[in-house]
Structure formats: C-alpha cells, structure tokens
Design a protein around this ligand. Structure first.
Ligand code: PDD
Length: 285
C-alpha cells in the first residue's frame, strides 16, 4: 500500500484531503520539486531543496521546513512506498483562504504535500537499451518567469500534449528570436563537432538540477569543451547530437526533432560517454 505526506501526517492517498479553496487548486499558486531516488539514495537532494526554497522566496511563501525536515519526509516516503526506484514529488501551495482573491492573503498556512511514484529504473548508457526520444519543436508560448518551478504548468502541459498528439515524447521550444529555450519538462543540450552546448540560465528556462549536475561532472571529469550560450533553432536541427535532461530522464538522447533525423538517428557517442560519466558520479553531489 502506498502512503503520501500531507501537512505533517502520512496517510493512504485516498485519505489526503485539501480544501477546494486552496490557492494551489484555484490559481496554481505554489512551487514543486521532483527528486529521483534509486535503491533509497536520492540524487541532487540539497540542490533540489535549495531550488524549492528560492522558488518559495520568489513568490513570498513562508514555510519553515528545513532541508533536514524535507530529507526526513523523503526518506520516510521512500521507506513506506514499494519499489526500488522512486520519484518523490514535493509540493507547497500558498494554502487555503476563505475567499478567492488574486492578492496574496496574509496569515494563511501553506499546504505541504508529497508522494512517491515508481520509476522504471536507472537510465542506462547502452545505446541499444536507452530510451531515445522523438520530439516536437514549437514556439515557446509560456510566461516570462520560467526560472520559477511553479505548479502552474498549463503552458508546459499544452506544449507536452501537442508533442504527444504527434506521437512524440517531448516538445522542444524556441523563443520569438528562434533561440532554443528548453523543452516542456526538460532542459536541452546539443553537440556539434565534439563541443557540448546548452542555453544559458535566464528567465526563459528552469535551472535544471540535472543540467547543473551534467555541467559540474563534465567540468570535473572530462576534457569536453562545454558552452552555455544561445543556440538557434537551425543549430539544433543541424546538431550531431541533441539531448533532453531532467531528474527522471538524466541525459536523454534525442534522435528526431520534428521531421529531422539528428546525427545518425541513434544515440550518439558523446551522449554515451556523458551518460556513463553521469551514472558514475551522480550521487557525489
Ligand atoms: N521537470 N525544464 C522544465 C520546464 C522542467 O519541468 C524540468 C523538470 C526541467 C529539468 O529540471 P531537473 O533536471 O531539475 O529535473 C527543465 C520535472 C521532472 C517534472 O515536471 O516532472
């Protein structure tokens, strides 16, 4: 039986109840995280909690949970739920008010919710066995604060869905200047002539923890040239390799973008080296 966490207690999911006046429900007024755990070991935990705390500060939600408390909640959920590999979803909304009002109400208590979902397993670095991705490509229609990991995900959901409707597993996005931002639930990397590039951090993209781990591991353990720079749509389509990265995908090799086959149409050699380095060092941070 699975158990979830809600406002201090663990309970079966069907017993977890929140008010329909919760601002998470009415406005998508909240912040979330997804932390992967393999055999009970979480990946990038401190960085995930730090990003959540900056997100909460950015929207003035005051919550006094320490990183240690979050760790205890995550460890308890991992222990209380089945399966060796789990994603842990953490969610904080501003809480429930007595009326619907766009302004932040004073003196309400945030709602804290967390649950685990089973992950199929650790991503692998074998091109024969790796999940590879066909993705759609569209203009980014989301808001100007994509650096905040907001629970208001309708823009992301619509982009993902239009990819899914075309039979794809992600949608890569470009801005009005035809510069790549990110994907609907992943960051983007390209490889050209052995150089690895990813768009720079700004308001257009989420500062992905997997992105950060990849950059950190590459700087420490490889000689690859790595650039954080603007990438045009044309460069993406002409790249030797394209990857999408996220907590659950790690380094996901993209073999087709819209109708364009990327490189050889198979996960590339740089992907294989980088996913392998990632697998070796991902728990070190
Ligand atoms: N998505 N960009 C967006 C828009 C995302 O939603 C995500 C993660 C990422 C990658 O971030 P990270 O490496 O920290 O997972 C980039 C999560 C997994 C989700 O919404 O389920």
């Amino acid at each position: 039986m699975s158990l979830v966490y809600l406002n201090g207690d663990y309970m079966p999911p069907e017993q977890a109840k929140i008010s329909p006046m919760d601002r998470g429900f009415l406005f998508g007024d909240g912040i979330y995280e997804v932390v992967p755990a393999y055999h009970g070991k979480m990946l990038g935990f401190d960085a995930h909690i730090q990003r959540m705390q900056s997100g909460l500060a950015a929207i003035d939600i005051e919550l006094d949970y320490t990183a240690q408390q979050w760790r205890q909640i995550c460890d308890t959920l991992i222990a209380k739920n089945p399966g060796p590999n789990q994603g842990i979803y953490l969610h904080v909304s501003r809480g429930a008010d007595s009326k619907r009002n766009h302004a932040y109400p004073q003196g309400i208590t945030p709602t804290v919710f967390a649950f685990c979902f089973e992950l199929p397993g650790e991503p692998v670095c074998d091109p024969e066995l790796a999940t590879n991705y066909h993705v759609s490509l569209e203009q980014d229609k989301r808001w100007q604060r994509c650096n905040i990991k907001s629970t208001a995900l309708l823009g992301n959901v619509m982009h993902y869905q239009s990819g899914a409707a075309a039979g794809n597993k992600e949608t890569i996005l470009f801005n009005s200047d035809e510069q790549i931002t990110e994907a609907s639930s992943s960051n983007v990397f390209i490889v050209k002539d052995g150089v690895i590039s990813t768009p720079p951090l700004d308001h257009q993209i989420l500062p992905g923890i997997t992105r950060w781990l990849i950059l950190t591991i590459l700087a420490e353990y490889s000689d690859f040239a790595v650039q954080q720079r603007v990438i045009s749509k044309a460069e993406l389509l002409n790249a030797d390799e394209v990857w999408i990265t996220s907590a659950t995908k790690e380094v996901g090799p993209v073999v087709k973008v819209a109708d364009q086959v990327i490189g050889s149409g198979q996960p590339g050699p740089v992907w294989q080296q980088v996913q392998s380095l990632f697998s070796q060092h991902k728990f070190d941070y």
